[in-house]
Design a protein around this ligand. Structure first.
Ligand code: F6P
Length: 282
């Protein structure tokens, strides 16, 4: 695991330099979900691929930016699923963006996720990292060229922030009613449109709810299971919160049929998730 985490730290430093210096224009390609790729998405993907060629325990790479599975080391035992630059369209307006990594042993699905990491590229560069064996996720900050552990991450039972994803006109009436009730109870809106900084803010400010529901235009939501949703589900559960879908099932119980499958998802402290389950009747 140490060699994998070292590689993630190297990727974070290299991607941070790319964000600060590279052309932010479009590449002439789209990813597997049909989104136009930026040159920076392609570059960040290459940074991860090249660095993990040196990590021989990694058998396969599954990237948000690649249509198919890429085999790296036939004798490896782990699959690395990653989104090299999540929320990349926010880079040109100078908002925070992130990278997400999930490490799976065996078939990539929730129960086989053994560790996850996310990187926030903001005014500072920080990594949240957790393994199945850890009690709490750890937070690292880049300082003088090195990542140093600064704290562990722990959610309170109830928070104050609400990050509601998706277009409101496409929400169900149940979802709209529930989000309205949070605001009626004093929750504050915190939504940048980048899931990494939005989830990170809730984790570090003690709690709240991030939601990306199924909508009339995207019944299975937008966020991808293997490299967005499941890695954060492990972080949230280990931080003392919960992560569920719209049926009340743990996200970590999910088994995608296809590597780019999405799911409705809700991440939060225990109190908000209880309220959500009761509103959804699950
Ligand atoms: O997956 C890409 C992403 O940019 C996430 O980082 C973010 O949470 C989401 O899309 C925002 O989507 P929307 O603009 O539909 O709320």
């Amino acid at each position: 695991m140490q060699s994998i985490f070292e590689a993630i730290k190297d990727c974070a430093k290299a991607i941070d330099i790319a964000i600060k210096n590279e052309d932010l224009g479009f590449a002439k390609s789209s990813n597997a979900s049909g989104e136009d790729q930026l040159k920076l998405d392609v570059k960040s993907d290459r940074i991860v691929e090249e660095r993990f060629k040196e990590v021989d325990v990694i058998k396969n790479l599954i990237s948000e930016e690649k249509e198919d599975i890429l085999e790296l080391h036939p004798q490896g035992i782990y699959t690395l699923c990653y989104d090299p630059l999540d929320g990349s369209s926010l880079a040109d307006v100078n908002l925070s963006v992130g990278s997400i990594f999930g490490i799976y042993k065996g078939t990539p699905e929730g129960k086989n996720l053994i560790a996850s990491a996310y990187v926030v590229y903001g005014p500072r560069v920080e990594i949240g990292f957790v393994t199945q064996e850890d009690v709490r996720p750890a937070l690292f900050r880049l300082s003088e060229g090195k990542f140093k552990k600064i704290s562990s991450i722990e959610l309170k039972t109830k928070g104050k922030l609400c990050a509601p994803g998706g277009t409101q006109q496409h929400w169900s009436s149940i979802h709209k009613g529930f989000i309205d009730s949070l605001f009626a109870n004093g929750y504050r809106l915190r939504y940048s449109g980048g899931m990494v900084p939005d989830l990170h803010q809730i984790l570090l400010k003690g709690g709240g709810l991030f939601s990306y529901p199924g909508t009339t235009d995207k019944p299975q939501g937008k966020l991808r299971q293997l490299f967005e949703v499941l890695p954060f589900a492990l972080i949230y559960e280990k931080a003392g919160g919960e992560a569920i879908n719209d049926k009340g099932e743990r996200l970590l119980a999910l088994k995608p049929k296809h590597i780019h499958d999405t799911t409705p998802c809700f991440f939060g402290s225990k109190s908000e998730i209880e309220a959500l389950k009761s509103a959804y009747g699950v």
